[in-house]
Design a protein. Structure first.
Lengths: 321, 107
């Protein structure tokens, strides 16, 4: 049995691995088969991660984190967790390959998944003009009118990135102010190819084989209108990825995994959580990395106590004889 | 087995006129999910070489094919039989999920 398994390969998972590996815990990190590296793998320039004054490409940053974790003895497996048994002293982690790994402690850092609009047309036209990833799909929308839904940093980043491809980018937001940081807002406002449609929500997507337009509803007066677009990028936020632990770990009302105060301790002993999966508010690469540190230190402390109690029990047994 | 590259020029001969079932992986260098799914497709190709041939089309270098097959999201995996698209799978997925999507062409 191992001491520690880390599930997730974003900044939280890899930072936890760096700390745990340096503490000689020889962690096994389950990186996922197709989403290894997490959300930053689909990001271009990362300008707010300290230590990189000129910025760094998201995939390069994640590759560096992985190398740093491996340097100290982290073992990385490219597979997906399909089942978790977290109660009891032995935590069981079953992978897509069918292999089950056992450990004394688990750090759960699965991050979050793109939120959907919840429209039936969205699923039907996904990959046919509806996308959640500008860096993956923007290339295919050259000289088209592209809509971006959302008002946060990721929506502004997508819009700014897409403006190099599209004839025009239309940002649709249901309020009249943006949630995005000032610098991202400025960049979008100063881009001559980006227009804003305020107080509007997408209630329908038109097109049979490919997206041809949107139906927008005015959030103030309720009126509806059509907007012709060739593509729709959805950046309305993320939801914590918790399906693997439903019924096992307590969640918050916001859908994230509940942890004790500023620690990473979940409702089960020996199970720690870190990164976006516990964070409904900040969700930055840096806060996730910090959160991974907390989880590694908590896990290290827990494992040390386990070790102490085993030694104490053994001594008691010896003393009794 | 690494999938062979097919181009605008060779697509007709190697995919549409093939007497085998051919899966075409539309991809690009800059696409992270494409890089993730590529080794999984190589594994599937090796394990099912008698049923399915897997080839790759680089969409940067072969824009005509990307346009003709209305690729707007990659990785896009299209299965061809007798010159027709019989199945489309979009997005990187874990191996068991891909195998489930492609089950009809692997058995």
């Amino acid at each position: 049995m191992r001491q520690l398994i880390i599930i997730g390969s974003g900044p939280a998972g890899y930072t936890a691995a760096i700390y745990a590996a340096r503490a000689q815990l020889q962690p096994l990190l389950i990186a996922s088969s197709v989403e290894a590296g997490g959300e930053l793998m689909n990001t271009t320039e990362v300008e707010n991660f300290p230590g990189f004054p000129e910025g760094i490409q998201g995939p390069e940053l994640m590759m560096s984190m992985q190398q740093q974790a491996e340097r100290f003895g982290t073992e990385v497996v490219y597979d997906d967790v399909v089942r978790l048994e977290l109660d009891g002293d032995v935590k069981k982690v079953t992978l897509g390959s069918g292999v089950t790994h056992e450990a004394q402690a688990v750090i759960f850092a699965t991050g979050s998944a793109y939120r959907k609009l919840g429209l039936s047309d969205e699923e039907r036209l996904s990959g046919r003009g509806v996308s959640w990833c500008a860096t993956c799909d923007g290339f295919f929308f050259k000289e088209k009118v592209i809509a971006v839904v959302g008002g946060g940093d990721s929506a502004m980043e997508e819009a700014t990135f897409l403006s190099r491809f599209g004839s025009k980018v239309v940002v649709i937001h249901r309020k009249d102010t943006l949630r995005a940081s000032k610098i991202m807002q400025e960049r979008a406002f100063n881009d001559p190819k980006i227009e804003f449609v305020w107080n509007s929500e997408v209630v329908g997507i038109t097109g049979t084989d490919a997206v041809t337009g949107l139906i927008l509803r005015d959030t103030v007066d309720g009126s509806e209108r059509e907007l012709e677009v060739g593509g729709l990028f959805i950046a309305i936020g993320n939801d914590a990825r918790t399906h693997l632990v439903h019924g096992q770990l307590d969640l918050t009302t916001e859908g994230t995994i509940a942890v004790d105060g500023r620690s990473s301790k979940t409702s089960l002993t020996g199970v720690f959580a870190a990164g976006d999966v516990i964070d409904p508010h900040y969700r930055q690469a840096v806060t996730a990395a910090g959160s991974g540190t907390v989880a590694a230190l908590d896990a290290e402390h827990y494992l040390a106590q386990l070790g102490d109690s085993v030694v104490a029990e053994a001594e008691e047994i010896v003393a009794a004889h | 087995m690494t999938a062979r590259a097919v181009t605008d020029a060779t697509f007709d001969q190697e995919v549409l006129k093939s007497d085998k079932t051919v899966l075409v992986d539309f991809w690009a260098e800059w696409c992270g999910p494409c890089r993730a799914v590529s080794p999984i497709l190589d594994q599937i190709a090796t394990e099912h070489s008698d049923k399915l041939e897997i080839v790759k089309v680089n969409v940067d270098e072969n824009p005509q094919l990307a346009m003709k097959y209305q690729i707007t999201s990659i990785p896009a995996m299209k299965v061809y039989q007798g010159g027709e698209v019989v199945k489309t799978v979009i997005g990187a997925k874990p191996k068991p999920a891909l195998e489930a999507d492609l089950a009809a062409y692997l058995a």
